[in-house]
Design a protein around this ligand. Structure first.
Ligand SMILES: Cc1cc2nc3c(=O)[nH]c(=O)nc-3n(C[C@H](O)[C@H](O)[C@H](O)COP(=O)(O)O)c2cc1C
Ligand code: SF4
Length: 451
């Protein structure tokens, strides 16, 4: 059994309440940090832990915290990113629903380390149950003297506010999130300046993912070195993975970094294999924006070792034969799934969610969607595949925020690894149309503009 640091008590009845959470050792990290450690001590432990941001980019959390500017007389903020809108990713929602105090405790300890007196938890607006659960947990913590003025007699004051999100995927991008938190339209900002220097209301701000913040609790409790003993290379600790697709047991799992990918898919402790006795065709390992990999590349051995659930191992081979850990949204596809259709579906999502500030993203996602729709419905031609390749290449790296890259990468990987399926749709239009499962009802009502 892999070690569990975040979900250890997930099956304990009432673990969502303050009373049971404390019975199981909850809020020890707050006691320890506020009574026996300085803010810099907490920062040091986070650095030692090697924790990397769990929101997708994997940036080292301790390093991010150490970049926070500290001008005299200017407030600093911690903002928790609970927007979680990436298709395939649902681990933060799970944590907030079932163990809300893990997030609140992490927020208190992290805010203390950063010197923030006001912090925000930004939760996707559609997640009303989670918004209520977290608000309720804040009230419980406040009533117990764990939040508000002079927490546990330590002299440290902290208020945490919940902000329902703007209902758009782009509001998960950290600068768009800050715009939205300020009451504006969630458009990403041009960087620099980075939030560590000029973030919320122009003040120094750290934005961290829900899971990253919750992970600070075991780091403070057990020490950063202990946390870093789990995992391999620069992938330390445990990671929440939301597993979906054609798996026997989809769900949210806490894994130790370094678990072989095949073990995650096939062992009974985790996903239990591919549903209905089918074969694995492909995997999207880290949420819809990371490159899809065919089964032989996801389960391949690397220098004699199996591919592992680590940032490094998943990325081995670059985007030619590797992928990324992303936000941990693991989607498995069985042999019956259509990669073209799936790519069209993702692209449709990115086209819809583009904020429209940059032409390559705004126009390119629309063009790609229309081309993919055409190919999927058997009305494309072979040149469309090269055109699609060309469009995605012109989006990547040419936009204000990484949503453009996130839209381009799935298309590039699908063509790279499954070109034969694109060609099949074009060469077998009749069959492609009959396999179409009423796709037309989803189609953009506009005629394709690319001809
Ligand atoms: C389009 C887009 C959507 C994103 N959505 C999320 C999200 O829902 N949750 C999240 O934590 N990070 C999201 N990110 C990443 C954030 O910009 C940021 O890197 C992250 O919140 C930092 O936290 P971490 O360092 O703890 O990972 C998104 C990025 C992009 C470009
Ligand atoms: S890349 Fe797309 S989502 Fe990001 S700022 Fe540009 S248009 Fe907006």
């Amino acid at each position: 059994m892999g070690r569990k640091l975040l979900l250890e008590h997930i099956h304990v009845p009432g673990i969502n309440t303050l009373a049971v959470y404390r019975e199981k050792g909850g809020y020890r990290a707050v006691e320890k940090a506020l009574k026996t450690m300085s803010p810099d001590d907490v920062l040091e432990e986070v650095k030692k832990s090697g924790l990397r941001g769990r929101g997708g980019a994997g940036f080292p959390t301790g390093m991010k915290w150490s970049f926070l500017a500290k001008p005299e007389g200017v407030p600093r903020y911690l903002v928790c990113n609970g927007d979680e809108s990436e298709p395939g990713t649902f681990k933060d929602r799970f944590l907030m629903t079932h163990i809300p105090h893990a997030l609140i405790e992490g927020m208190i300890v992290s805010s203390y380390a950063l010197g923030a007196k006001t912090s925000y938890i930004y939760i996707r607006g559609e997640m009303m149950p989670q918004i209520r659960i977290i608000e309720n947990a804040i009230q419980e913590a406040k009533a117990a003297g764990l939040l508000g003025k002079n927490i546990l007699g330590s002299g440290y004051d902290l208020e945490i506010y919940v902000q329902p999100g703007g209902g758009a995927y782009i509001c998960g991008e950290e600068t768009a999130l800050l715009e939205s938190l300020e009451g504006k339209r969630g458009n990403p900002r041009i960087k620099p300046p980075f939030p560590a220097v000029a973030g919320l209301y122009g003040c120094p701000t750290v934005v961290n993912n829900v899971e990253s913040i919750a992970a600070v609790v075991p780091i403070v409790n057990d020490g950063g070195e202990e946390y870093a003993k789990i995992g391999i290379e620069r992938s330390t600790g445990t990671k929440l993975i939301s597993a979906s697709g054609n798996l026997v047991k989809p769900g949210v799992y806490e894994i130790e970094m370094g678990l072989p990918v095949e073990e995650f898919i096939y062992s009974d402790e985790y996903c239990g294999g591919i549903a209905n006795g089918k074969k694995l065709k492909a995997v999207v390992a880290g949420g819809s924006s990371v490159p899809i990999l065919p089964a032989n590349l996801i389960t391949k051995t690397i220098q004699g070792n199996p591919r592992l659930m680590t940032y490094e191992s998943l990325a081995d081979g670059g985007f030619v034969s590797g992928t990324a850990m992303g936000s941990g949204g693991f989607i498995a596809f069985d042999e019956d799934q259509c990669i073209v259709r799936n790519t069209w579906n993702y692209t449709r999502f990115y086209r819809h969610e583009s904020c429209g500030q940059c032409s390559p993203c705004r126009e390119g996602t629309g063009w790609m969607e229309k081309l993919l729709y055409r190919i999927e419905t058997g009305t494309g031609n072979l040149e469309d595949i090269d055109l699609l390749w060309d469009i995605q290449r012109r989006i990547e790296g040419n936009t204000i925020c990484p949503l453009g890259d996130a839209a381009a990468w799935p298309v590039a990987a699908a063509i790279r690894h499954f070109r034969d399926e694109f060609e099949w749709h074009i060469m077998n239009p009749q069959e492609a149309q009959t396999r179409n499962y009423g796709l037309a009802q989803y189609a953009d009502p506009l005629e394709p503009v690319v001809s």
